[in-house]
Design a protein around this ligand. Structure first.
Ligand code: COA
Length: 380
C-alpha cells in the first residue's frame, strides 16, 4: 500500500535534533541560534550571522574583525580552477559552474581528515574559505564570458560588497550593499530544508566537507527549492501591468500551474522573511519601470492569497530586490548558495558532533517474490 500523502516527502517527520535554527514553531517564527530573524536582519551583518551560525555564538568586535579579515583573505581562486572556469561553456547553468568549482577546490585544498575524523577547526576554515571563494569563482566565470574580468579579489570587507563590486566593477553604494547583505542574512539558514538535509545525509556517511557542500548545491538547484527566485522573476517580468498579472495568474491557477515564490512546506500562513525583503524591494523601487514591477508583484500576492490562501515565500520579493540591484536573473540561485554555505556548514559541523548514519526505511510497493525465469523462457 502506498504511503499516505501526509507522510510522503517526509512532511511532518522530525528527522533529527538541531540547535541551529527553528522554523515556523508557533509564536516563534524563525530564529538562528535563538536570535529572531527580524533582529538579525535589522541589526547584524551577514558576516556576523555566518559567524553566529558556524561558531554558535555572536562574535565580539575583535572576533568579527578577525573573521572579516579571514573572509577577505579567502577571496582568491587557485589558478587551476581559473583555467577550468575559462573552459566552461558560456551558456552553462551557473549552478553547475558553482557546484563544479566547489568540487575542484576540494581536490586542490582537501579537508584534513586523516588524523581526526571530526576536525572542527579545519571544517570551519573550509566553511569560511568557501563563502568568498564561491562568489569569486562564480563571478570570474560570468565576467570572463560576458564582460571584462579586471580582478577576483576586491579587498571588500563584506561578502555583499565583494559580490556587487566584482559584478559591476565598482564599489557599490551603501544602500545596495546593505540590501544584498540583508538578503544574505535571510537566506543563510533554514533548518532541515532539502539541501541542508542532503548535506547532513552526505556528512553522516563520514564523507568530507566539500562533498557535503556539493550535495547541497546539487539539491538547491531544483526549481522547488533554490531555483524558485529565478522563476519568480521571470513570472513578474512576463506581465506588463497589474491587471494583466491578475488575469495571467487566474489562468495559470485554473490550469493548476505552480506559481513560483509562493507556498511553503512548513510555514502555513506567512513566511517571516518575506515582509523584510519586501520592505527592501519597496525601498529600492525608484524608477517608474521598477514601481510598475513592484505593483505587478503586489497584485500577484493579492490574487494568490484570495484564490489559494498562499503567501509569498522569501524567493518572491528577493527576486525583485536582486533585479533592482542590477543582478542578472541567472545569478539569483547562486547567491542563495553563497549565503546558505554558512547554514550548511553549521549543519555539517553539528552532524559530525553527534553522528549517526542517516538511513531510513522504504515502504516497498513492488511485486511479491517472483520466480526467476531463464532468458530463453521470457516472453517480450
Ligand atoms: N502555486 C500554486 N499552488 C500551490 C503552490 C504554488 N506555489 N504551492 C502549493 N500549492 C497547492 C498545491 O498544488 C496543492 O494543491 P492541492 O491540494 O489542490 O493539490 C496544495 O497547495 C498543497 O501543496 P503541496 O505541494 O502539497 O505543498 P508542499 O508542502 O509539498 O510544497 C512547496 C511546498 C514550497 C514545494 C510548494 O508550495 C511549491 O512548489 N511552491 C512553489 C516553489 C517555491 O516557491 N519554492 C520555494 C520554497 S521556499
Amino acid at each position: 500500500m502506498k504511503m499516505d500523502h501526509e507522510a510522503a516527502g517526509l512532511a511532518q517527520v522530525i528527522a533529527g535534533d538541531t540547535a541551529i535554527s527553528t522554523v515556523g514553531k508557533e509564536g516563534k517564527g524563525l530564529t538562528y541560534r535563538g536570535y529572531a530573524i527580524e533582529d538579525l536582519a535589522q541589526e547584524a551583518s551577514f558576516e556576523e550571522v555566518a559567524y553566529l551560525l558556524i561558531e554558535g555564538k555572536l562574535p565580539t568586535k575583535s572576533d568579527l574583525k578577525k573573521y572579516q579579515d579571514t573572509l577577505k583573505a579567502d577571496q582568491a581562486v587557485p589558478d587551476p580552477i581559473l583555467k577550468i572556469l575559462n573552459e566552461l561553456p558560456k551558456l552553462a547553468d551557473p549552478m553547475d559552474v558553482l557546484r563544479s568549482a566547489c568540487s575542484v577546490l576540494g581536490v586542490i585544498e582537501p579537508e584534513n581528515k586523516s588524523h581526526n575524523t571530526n576536525n572542527a577547526n579545519n571544517a570551519k576554515q573550509i566553511a569560511s574559505r568557501l563563502i568568498p571563494f564561491s562568489a569569486s569563482a562564480l563571478l570570474y566565470w560570468y565576467l570572463s564570458n560576458f564582460a571584462k574580468v579586471k580582478q577576483i579579489e576586491t579587498g571588500e570587507n563584506s561578502i555583499a560588497g565583494h559580490f556587487l563590486h566584482l559584478l559591476h566593477d565598482k564599489a557599490p553604494t551603501e544602500e545596495a550593499r546593505r540590501a544584498l547583505d540583508v538578503s544574505l542574512i535571510l537566506y543563510a539558514e533554514h533548518e532541515f530544508n532539502a539541501s541542508t538535509f542532503a548535506a547532513r545525509v552526505c556528512t553522516s556517511t563520514g564523507s568530507d566537507f566539500y562533498s557535503a557542500i556539493v550535495a547541497a548545491i546539487a539539491t538547491l538547484r531544483g526549481p522547488l527549492h533554490g531555483g524558485a527566485n529565478e522563476a519568480a522573476m521571470k513570472l513578474i517580468e512576463s506581465f506588463k501591468s497589474p491587471d494583466e498579472a491578475e488575469a495571467g495568474i487566474l489562468e495559470r491557477l485554473q490550469r493548476h500551474d505552480l506559481i513560483m515564490g509562493f507556498g511553503h512546506r512548513v510555514y502555513k500562513d506567512h513566511d517571516p522573511r518575506s515582509n523584510i525583503i519586501k520592505a527592501w524591494a519597496n525601498k529600492l523601487a525608484r524608477e517608474p519601470k521598477q514601481v510598475v514591477m513592484l505593483s505587478i508583484a503586489e497584485r500577484i500576492e493579492k490574487v494568490m492569497w484570495q484564490e489559494k490562501h498562499l503567501f509569498p515565500n522569501l524567493d518572491f520579493y528577493s527576486a525583485l530586490v536582486y533585479h533592482f540591484l542590477n543582478i542578472p536573473t541567472f545569478l539569483f540561485t547562486p547567491i542563495f548558495v553563497i549565503s546558505r554555505i554558512s547554514g550548511w556548514s553549521a549543519h555539517i559541523v553539528e552532524q559530525r558532533e553527534n553522528n549517526k548514519l542517516i538511513r531510513p526505511l522504504a515502504n516497498y510497493i513492488g511485486p511479491d517474490l517472483l520466480p526467476y525465469l531463464p532468458i530463453e523462457e521470457r516472453k517480450g
